[in-house]
Design a protein around this ligand. Structure first.
Ligand code: MG
Length: 161
């Protein structure tokens, strides 16, 4: 019998590069630094995508969208989310709620919470009150603490349709 619920976890990290914009949760944040990556480097959507794939036991984003494939160069990460959602639907699940944490020293993330939660809700087809989002600094520890990049951790709950 299929489980009523399946939980998933996702993690992603990208180095900063000079020049914005910073794209997080599908939102363009004006910033003098952006994230380096093969696609649009949206670490928040990547972690959410991995959490969905993880909940389904279907591997990870790198297996579904390898960075060696030129098709995914500069791709908006909503494409990855759409594909993961489609897989969830095929397996008989919808998203229940998500909870994510962004870790970076700069820029300040909190002013963008509401835009990101709204966009994530749209992408995952869930109400905004089912999108938990927070951010932390790394307390100046390690590479994240030196401001060299940004990391995201995300949990997701899938519910049987
Ligand atoms: Mg990534």
């Amino acid at each position: 019998m299929k489980s009523l619920y399946r939980i998933g976890f996702g993690f992603d990290i990208h180095p900063f590069k000079k020049g914005g914009p910073l794209i997080l949760g599908g939102v363009r944040i004006p910033s003098p630094i952006g994230l380096r990556g093969h696609s649009d480097a949206d670490a928040l959507l990547h972690a959410l995508c991995d959490s969905i794939l993880g909940a389904l036991s279907l591997g990870d984003i790198g297996q579904h969208f390898p960075s060696s494939d030129v098709r995914w160069k500069n791709t908006p990460s909503r494409i990855f989310i759409e594909k993961a959602l489609q897989l969830a639907r095929q397996k008989g699940y919808r998203i229940g709620n998500v909870d994510a944490c962004i870790i970076c020293e700069r820029p300040k993330i909190s002013p963008h919470y509401s835009a990101m939660r709204k966009r994530i809700g749209e992408l995952l087809k869930i109400p905004v009150n089912c999108v938990g989002l927070k951010s932390k600094t790394a307390e100046r520890l390690g590479s994240l603490g030196r401001g060299q990049g940004l990391a995201v951790m995300a949990n997701i709950l899938l519910v049987r349709r």
